[in-house]
Design a protein. Structure first.
Length: 103
């Protein structure tokens, strides 16, 4: 399987940056070959060609329908859960990602 391109999206890219770092550690520990980046919602277009999954911060739930409309045929769109996002729990985020991707 090729390296999984994961783009974490929040409003400004700040909080998702901490989550991405924690997810990279958790992915490595779980043996998941993933390139995990954090960017703001406005930067998705710049990274979509290398992205298999867009994980969206729970505070952007209102944008899921629009993101799915624009990018849903290029990447899987996943709404991150508040329980692990609020605590920046990379292990739970990776577990959710694997569940959604059937890995």
């Amino acid at each position: 399987m090729k390296k999984l391109g994961v783009l974490l999206v929040c409003g400004s890219g700040a909080s998702s940056g901490f989550m991405a770092a924690n997810m990279r550690k958790a992915a490595s520990a779980a043996g998941l070959d993933a390139d995990i980046k954090a960017r703001s919602e406005s930067e998705i277009e710049n990274y979509i060609d290398e992205t298999d999954v867009i994980m969206v911060g729970p505070h952007l739930e209102y944008a899921i329908e629009e993101l799915t409309e624009y990018y849903g045929d290029q990447a899987k769109i996943i709404l991150m859960r508040s329980d692990y996002y609020a605590t920046l729990n990379g292990e739970k985020a990776i577990a959710h990602l694997k569940e959604e991707m059937g890995l």
